[in-house]
Design a protein around this ligand. Structure first.
Ligand code: GLY
Length: 555
């Protein structure tokens, strides 16, 4: 085995600041430096992009406990250098004992926080099966070699960044309140940058996964710990739920924008359909002439976002349970028609916009990583526990956190979830169903060749962040790092508000928009986009989001 490679200037406990754009052989961009390093080392010893993705996923489960996970789920979009693109759905599923009204009290009201911070908030985890399945189909190196770096990080410990120290300190009280006894994220004195985080229980769980593959998680000791935890806390996940969990290969969703081919995630993600609808809605307008975040650009994008999120609320859900009208939603004439109802003179009121109708229809947190390898194979994976640190409930002795993904279902029609998103029948709770997601891992081609790999966390803002990052490159000529760093804004139909990051819009544009009736609310950072662009000269250019500890490493 090749010696472990550490790039010059790399300092543990700090995001790597590698701005070289001279890499031709491969690149990893992800949310934590040690995980990026694990992925880069896999690429350097001959692993392909899927091998590196497996190493990154498990390394993030150790180094980014708020979102990296083995107790959650996600989506992979894969574009091989040769052959057809594919997607893997390893989204969590509702347990077999789940039911439509499980979060309602006897008066039919949603019980606050029940879908967020209780044992019943968790869906059946999909990440381990997803990695096993991705590796079985496309991996080249041995499975053990890909899980081992995460075991080493968990057992030997790693130096934490300032941001992780702050996140752990902020959540310490919740970890204590929601869990019995001690666990490795709880410390008597405040965490500080550079502290060593050691996770022996997690190392042992990862060893089971290394040695037994999916059986190391869905059966045996780890499964027993997980089911025991559920029984202690009145949770629903059973041995049968774990044994029966399987990820699903789904045909990639494709569309186009001004000659670029967009390859993205189909339902149960809403992200792919919404992204393609948004691109169709704005395609005929001269965005590059108007300019980045000018008032006309912002107005147009907001009006498109308003309409597309209205459709999301009604028509999107798990396609294994609900007939999603994908073809109708992606008809260019439909999206053009939707945009015809807006006026340049004033904001459309969301109350006046309903989900569209079309003939023939019956009816901090997630994390993303982008990887390319020497052959040009590309992987975009977005994976999540849903809320930051998921339900904040640990599987004791298993050393890992459980997701609170059940909140992504619609607990009751019209009642917003933690991201303010509303839904109805399409996304109602049913046993074995996957909750609707906004995760939008996406790969873009130009002239049949790889162009961009992109995705982000951010709940409901994922879709608009990916949309705006793509436009930043294609319309506004920004390089990958600029496109990722550029300030973003977001509208999701309800509430009828334009959220902007600080300084996203200059005061002139803001006044013009407010005069037209747009309610603008300034908020915190939106998303952490991690992306790779293949330049005309054949080099990979990374974009690692400075909103987090995101790191790009190439060779
Ligand atoms: N849990 C966030 C999402 O999947 O959209």
């Amino acid at each position: 085995m090749a010696a472990f490679f550490i790039p010059a200037g790399y300092v543990q406990g700090q995001p790597a600041k590698d701005n070289s754009n001279e890499y031709r052989n491969g690149m990893v961009v992800c949310a934590y430096p040690d995980a990026a390093l694990a992925g880069l080392n896999v690429l350097k010893k001959g692993g392909n992009a899927v091998d590196a993705a497996v190493a990154v996923q498990f390394a993030l489960a150790v180094t980014l406990p708020e979102a990296g996970n083995i107790g959650g789920g996600g989506f992979m979009v894969y574009r091989p250098a040769k052959g057809a693109a594919n997607t893997l759905d390893f989204r969590e599923k509702a347990p077999g004992a789940a039911s439509q009204n499980m979060y309602l009290d006897s008066a039919g009201n949603v019980i606050p926080a029940m879908s967020l911070s209780t044992h019943r908030a968790s869906g059946v985890p999909g990440s381990v099966d997803g990695m096993v399945e991705a590796h079985r189909k496309y991996g080249r190196l041995k499975w053990e070699e890909l899980v081992q770096p995460a075991i080493d990080l968990a057992r030997g410990g790693f130096k934490i960044t300032k941001r992780l120290a702050e996140d752990l300190n902020r959540n310490g009280a919740d970890f204590r309140r929601l869990n019995e006894g001690k666990n490795y994220l709880i410390k008597d004195t405040p965490w500080q940058q550079g502290d060593l985080l050691v996770q022996e229980d997690l190392a042992k769980t990862l060893e089971q996964i290394r040695d037994k593959g999916r059986a190391g998680f869905y059966e045996g000791e780890v499964a027993e710990e997980l089911v025991g935890e559920m029984q202690n806390g009145k949770g629903l996940i059973s041995r049968t739920d774990l044994k029966n969990y399987h990820s699903v290969w789904r045909k990639a969703l494709t569309g186009s924008y001004k000659g670029y081919k967009i390859i993205t995630m189909p339902p149960p993600s809403s992200g792919g359909i919404a992204l393609l609808q948004l691109l169709q809605s704005v395609e005929k307008y001269p965005l590059s002439r108007w300019g980045f975040n000018r008032d006309s650009t912002v107005q147009l994008l907001v009006e498109a976002e308003r309409r597309v999120y209205a459709d999301r609320s009604k028509y999107l859900g798990d396609p294994d349970f609900y007939k999603v009208p994908t073809d109708s939603l992606l008809r260019p004439a439909y999206n053009r028609l939707r945009m015809s109802s807006f006026s340049w003179d004033m904001a459309t009121a969301s109350a006046s916009i309903q989900p569209g109708t079309f003939a023939g229809y019956e009816s901090d947190q997630t994390t993303h990583y982008s990887i390319v390898d020497r052959q040009g194979n590309a992987v975009a994976i977005t994976t999540t526990l849903n809320g930051s640190f998921g339900s904040k409930i640990f599987v004791r002795r298993g050393g890992f956190l459980l997701n609170n993904e059940m909140d992504d279902f619609s607990s009751k029609p019209g009642v917003p979830n933690m991201f303010g998103l509303v839904g109805g029948k399409a996304n109602s709770i049913q046993p074995g169903k996957r909750m609707l997601s906004s995760m939008t891992p996406t790969i873009i081609e130009k002239d049949g060749k790889l162009f961009m790999v992109v995705g982000t966390p951010g709940g409901s803002t994922i879709i608009t962040s990916v949309f705006q990052t793509i436009l930043n490159v294609i319309e506004f000529n920004q390089n990958m790092q600029q496109a990722v760093e550029s300030k973003r804004f977001h509208h999701q139909w309800l509430p009828d508000v334009v959220y902007i990051e600080q300084t996203a819009i200059d005061s002139l544009a803001r006044v013009k928009l407010e005069q037209k009736g747009y309610k603008i609310v300034e908020g915190g950072p939106s998303g952490r986009v991690d992306a790779i662009l293949k330049t005309k000269s054949g080099y990979y250019e990374g974009g690692a989001d400075p909103r987090g500890d995101d790191t790009k490493l190439g060779w």
